[in-house]
Write a protein that binds this ligand. Structure first.
Ligand SMILES: *Cc1c(COP(=O)(O)O)cnc(C)c1O
Length: 304
């Protein structure tokens, strides 16, 4: 049964007092983490338009791809359950037949069918998988991995329309640049209100060149800077310095952050304030993209 859509556009915008980030800068935080307790706000923004289109196209079944720790997978499962879609996810790595984790468990709880796929096959034959399993079913819609699509830009750009202030910087955790480019498109749409705003997209994995290329290809290099140097060892890796920052931030603010995405972005913010790259007197908006599930992985819990 389709339920009322749980998506609440216009997530809260709060001012933030956090001495752990530094002094001399005004902080605001856009609480996309509050859109849903488990779904990454960012992933929901990316899905919103695609899923709404699927409803209009009379699709009943959404199919996508993801790793075993994918925020996108959980978001799609929860959105599917809330909106009355069947959902399926091809999951990278056939080891998930024997082990589970909180992401896979949540996906299953929300009724998602999980199809494990060996890594080499996953890498090389993604489209083919959809075609083989669901290609001739007109009720099935394929949603790209991570929700990365033109539809996703529209959902992300809406964040800008919701802002009642015009910060000097909007800072967020960046992996594929879909969020950064969507935000930049939003700034262009509302250019009259955002004459000075720049986006700082903090790379959470070592793919900075790739991210910069995508920013250029989309014609938004004037608005987006991909920030390098805060990967803390690589994707989903966290060094002790990052973990102690994460603990200090949560303790001071009561706002949950995770070691994979949001803690890296906030740590970068702190360092850029200290170095003057974010000048004193600036107004900085941190986009909290969600991803809170990230902290509940054993390897992070064990070092808290
Ligand atoms: C996926 C994700 C990101 C990265 O978004 P991109 O659009 O891929 O750059 C940031 N934060 C969280 C919590 C995410 O789940």
């Amino acid at each position: 049964m389709p339920q009322e859509i749980f998506y609440t556009s216009n997530s809260k915008l709060q001012s933030l007092k956090a001495s752990v980030l530094g002094e001399g800068v005004r902080f605001f935080i856009k609480r996309d983490d509050l859109i849903h307790p488990l779904v990454s706000g960012n992933k929901w923004r990316k899905l919103e338009f695609a899923v709404t289109k699927a409803l209009l196209e009379n699709k009943t079944h959404l199919v996508s791809y993801g790793g075993a720790y994918s925020n996108h997978m959980v978001a799609l499962a929860a959105a599917g359950a809330a909106m009355g879609f069947k959902t399926t996810c091809f999951v990278r790595g056939d080891e998930i037949e024997n082990v589970t984790n909180h992401y896979l468990a949540l996906a299953k709880l929300n009724g998602m069918e999980l199809i494990p796929v060996a890594r080499d096959k996953y890498r090389n034959a993604k489209e083919e998988l959809f075609n083989t399993y669901f290609g001739n079913n007109p009720e099935c819609k394929m949603i790209p991995e991570g929700g990365e699509s033109v539809d996703a830009f529209i959902g992300i750009a809406a964040i800008i329309g919701e802002l009642k202030l015009s910060p000097d910087f909007i800072l967020h955790a960046s992996a594929t640049t879909t969020t950064a480019i969507g935000l930049a498109k939003g700034l262009r749409e509302h250019a009259h209100r955002f004459t000075n705003t720049k986006i700082l997209a903090v790379a959470v994995l070592k793919n900075v060149l790739e991210q910069e290329t995508k920013v250029k290809e989309n014609g938004v290099s004037d608005l987006v800077t991909v920030v390098d140097g805060f990967q803390s060892g690589g994707y989903a890796k966290a060094n002790p310095e990052l973990m102690s920052f994460l603990k200090a931030f949560i303790k001071e603010t009561g706002i949950m952050i995770d070691p994979v995405y949001t803690a890296k972005a906030l740590f970068a913010m702190k360092e850029m304030i200290a170095s003057g790259q974010i000048p004193q007197g600036s107004t900085v908006l941190f986009l909290h993209t969600g991803g809170t599930l990230g902290i509940f992985s054993d390897r992070f819990l064990s070092v808290l």
